[in-house]
Design a protein around this ligand. Sequence first.
Ligand SMILES: [Zn+2]
Length: 289
Amino acid sequence: MKQSYTPLSLRTISVFLFGAAFGATIGLNAFSFSEIKSLAAVSEWNSKQDNTATTTLKILEVKDAIVPIAVYHSVRPHIEGESAEQEMFDVTPELLREHIKYLKQEGFTTISFETLGKYFDGETVLPPKPVILSFDDSWRNQYAYAFPLLKEYGVTGTFYVFTNSLDHGNHLSWNETREMQKAGMEIGSHTKFHPYLDDITDPMELKKEIADSKTILEESIGVPITSFAYPFGEHGTSSIEEVKRAGYKTARSLRKGTVQSKEDRYTLRAFIVTDHLEDFKRMLEKKEN
Ligand SMILES: [Zn+2]
């Protein structure tokens, strides 16, 4: 039976998730996924002899890969009096634990965007049933509730932070960000100010958000920052070009789907996690976009 809901743009949902004050109604139809056929994915070795050298080079063949990318926002217990929308998009620590236990039970392996980038570059193979857990917007509750769980179960996550938020309000501190990276988490860039990139017409402004945020993170954390996530999922042509120019290896959009291809490494597909465990399970089992 198919239920019908009010349509709602991704931008509106994203605005809500980012925490802007507005009173729109959230429609569940944004989470029904289109059925576009795509290649199933397997990674395999392909040996190739280099005639000019004495050694045999192993070149990895890169195929499309099924890598579900989950997008979390706040991870915290439900608060009394919060709206239905907030309740839907906030994931409780208990639910995140359920997610991780389910992933383990079903044989999934969490990977980083860095690993996915290396796979696209033919430098590594993917584990069976790879999955990425990403956490947006540098909320401190992710450090308080998600990070301990990820450590407890020995899984990894990617935290997309926007640099201007760090050390401010309910956001992560630089120390917490560094601590998570040292503990095996990946830190990705989510710009400096979390703007609507599609609204930026000045190339220098775009460069500040995309390239400078990378530099700031690298200088403060001390490791290469190779992945980017578009605020509100907005990935216009100029932004994609700037992301490439800045030297990122991957970028996550909010296009729906689980099949990732090298051609789309700068607009990777993902799904926004809700407080419905069944949605999560359904996305993980999707083998086409
Ligand atoms: Zn965001």
